[in-house]
Design a protein around this ligand. Sequence first.
Ligand code: NAP
Length: 242
Amino acid sequence: MTMNYYYITGTGKGIGKALALHLLEDKENYVVGLSRNNAIKHERFEFIRVDLNHFDELNMFQFIDIRDADKIVLINNAGMIGQINHVGSIDNVSIYNTFMVNSIAPAILMNNFIKAYRNYSLEKIVLTISSGAGRHAIESWAAYCASKAAIDMFSLVADVEQKILSAGYPFKIFSVAPGIVDTQMQTQIRNTDKSNFSSVDKFIDYKNNKQLSSPEKTAELLCKILQNPDKYDEVLLDVREI
Ligand SMILES: NC(=O)c1ccc[n+]([C@@H]2O[C@H](COP(=O)([O-])OP(=O)(O)OC[C@H]3O[C@@H](n4cnc5c(N)ncnc54)[C@H](OP(=O)(O)O)[C@@H]3O)[C@@H](O)[C@H]2O)c1
């Protein structure tokens, strides 16, 4: 039997949880969830408690030697929008945490993942959940937009390197915008005071007009990329366009 190993950050809720549950439907898949909270109980699921805001906890995590794998995947999904407010009025701790979870943690995990498995002759993928916000400036989301833009670029560089360095079994690298998804992150956006975020009504309308995707549908679309990585030449993708 073939065995696929998936490391997913942020499996506590939202897209990460839906993705883990979707992958676990296939008995060839084993999932390791790295998160602060866990709501998944499954014989092929392992939970490792990590707070990605804490450098020491993040740095202590090690990717283990996997002998029976046919495919190994890192999904950097965990993310936070941080305090929604204008530059000049943002809490500095929020800026720090947003970059830590959205840029530094996925960059460190990608670095350690490539280090751990670079000599493995099998299919290897790093898929980071980025955001359209990393590709367009959005009022009141400065740290979120900038931290997603940073991980897009980190992924682009890693991809260029894989094409230069790895002859037989390079890592496929993706940074993917998931669309607008009905999770707690959208609830936080809708609950922002209009004086701090003038476009809040647009996000309330998305919800009222049922324009949000479900985490489950998003998980299915992300799995399309994971199942057929060679179909996608670009590093920066958007699930609404695949
Ligand atoms: N929802 C959208 O419309 C949307 C749009 C574009 C991009 N995204 C991106 O999609 C990804 C998933 O977001 P979501 O919508 O599913 O949001 P969510 O429901 O708020 O979930 C965020 C996930 O990140 C984890 N997380 C946050 N801070 C963490 C920390 N310090 N340490 C460990 N895990 C942490 C959470 O796990 P625990 O709290 O259990 O630790 C949770 O599983 C994020 O990268 C987000 O930026 C979402």
